[in-house]
Design a protein around this ligand. Structure first.
Ligand SMILES: [Zn+2]
Length: 150
């Protein structure tokens, strides 16, 4: 399988904190691996699905709760003034449904506001924030969300 999300879902128990900040039966929360903005989260279904319409009723039942809980945790952990919640799943190899939950900071530059927030995602050869910082953020968020559960 060439799906990045499924490869990580398949090794759930071995994932570092930044890749399983929280989880339930249907969803897993990770820090975006290529974000240069601390706190950029990704909410992913734990099975392969490529459309929002393809989510089951059980997956849908907790989706909104996750989006709100993650937003509240980001307000507390990052001091953001609101969150952006975005779903495209268009990039090659990333067709697995994933909801970006992005802290919108008070001092966001105009050229990164709204849809332009994707400017925070690094393109090779640049890289995102380092693994340790993502793990530290994961710990801060876990303290607000409860531990990741399979
Ligand atoms: Zn997948």
């Amino acid at each position: 399988m060439s799906c990045y999300v499924c490869r990580n879902n398949d090794q759930f128990d071995q994932l570092p904190p930044r890749e399983r900040i929280a989880a339930d039966t249907y969803w897993r929360v990770a820090h975006a691996f290529n974000s240069t903005l601390p706190g950029w989260l990704v909410l992913v279904p734990r099975r392969h699905v490529t459309t929002v319409a393809g989510l089951t009723d059980d997956e849908a039942a907790t989706l909104g709760t996750w989006q709100v809980r993650l937003s509240r945790a980001l307000h507390e952990a990052t001091g953001c003034v609101k969150t952006y919640v975005i779903q495209f799943a268009e990039q090659e190899g990333f067709g697995h449904v994933h909801f970006h939950v992005v802290p919108r900071m008070a001092d966001i530059p105009d050229d990164l506001r709204g849809p332009k927030v994707f400017g925070y995602l690094a393109r090779p050869p640049a890289s995102g924030i380092d693994e340790r910082q993502r793990d530290d953020l994961a710990a801060a968020l876990q303290a607000r969300l409860g531990q990741a559960r399979p």
